[in-house]
Design a protein around this ligand. Sequence first.
Ligand SMILES: [Zn+2]
Ligand SMILES: [Zn+2]
Ligand SMILES: [Zn+2]
Length: 408
Amino acid sequence: MKIFHCDSCQNVVFFENLQCANCGHELAFVPALASVTALTPAGESLWKRALPNDSPAETAPKLYRKCQNYDNQSICNWAIDADDPNPFCISCRLTQTIPALDQPGHADAWFRLETAKRRLIFSLLEMQLPVRSKVEDPEHGVMFDFLADDPPESTAGNPTHRVLTGHDNGKIVVNIAEADDAERERRRVLMHEPYRTLLGHLRHEIGHFYWDRLIRDSDRLEAFRAQFGDERQDYAETLKAYYAEGAPADWQQHFVTAYASAHPWEDWAETWAHYLHITDTLETADGCGLSLHPQRSDEPRLQAQPMRENPCAQPFEQMIERWFPLTYLLNNLNRGLGLKDAYPFVLSATAVEKLRFVHDTLSPQPQWQSQSQDQSQTEPQTLPEPIAKQNSPAATTAQVPMKTAVMR
Ligand SMILES: [Zn+2]
Ligand SMILES: [Zn+2]
Ligand SMILES: [Zn+2]
């Protein structure tokens, strides 16, 4: 994540902030500017950037609207161009189903999920990955369903419908129980996982989506199979075997996590998620100008690096060399606060090579990037009608709280 400042007073502000704590201006993240921006009113439901008091007035300032989930729900803090016909920001428009907000805890769960999702979307935009909803692009778009298990009283003796977090052809389902700290921690312990977060879930699931986009039909498929294994082995069977027998004893030699050993697709998704952990955290460290100058020359060192627009645009060796001292510092600081290690993983040489594969998929001028640019040049740039006005089955559920949060 980059470091942001209030336009008006230059105070440091966080990506999630709604208001500058110093000067009181409302804030919004504007994807087109890739920045958190201080807002000042410019007409009904319209906003423009708040500039410093001594700067000359703009003759034709760019106008913005707040995302509908910012205005109505305080769930979001993103803005969109005033002439964008879609009432939702580019993150919220990817959410097709939200939990039933009249159920206790669901509004809080939705807030936490969208907050984590915006961090994910920020990274994807920085990496110049295609981010389109299934309403905009039914074949190659992505959408999120945030669903809850059926409440026990609604099942009348029948087995409770359990929502499985997962990905299927661009549809990402997340069980909102994962937004409950106690429940997520219970599951983490039950599954013997060292790390379980909402952001981690979202990074993992979107990894499956981009495997379809970047590997499945590309000339990288054979190289993928050589490194991660053949994904054509029976998915259900291998998952069943993983849950029955666990990971192989030597999984740490080959995989970034134990779960990555379940199937090549899971290996990719786990590795992809770690790549995003690495690039995002290194970017924050660089944004803060972090460097380590230990008193002993044999202790981990870290040189500050200039910020990059795209965090993938650096040599992989440099990235991974700088990641180790940063995790040493992160974990050490956490221990000082009585917390678990922030990054409780040891990356083997094989896992590092898999991370390199993800990096190489993203960082050179890859084929998919020029394809997506070609596409954006040839396809009409107009966006579809606002979701709520559309009449397609996908659109009718968009942003509508489901009574029970099960897909119907
Ligand atoms: Zn301010
Ligand atoms: Zn939004
Ligand atoms: Zn997965």
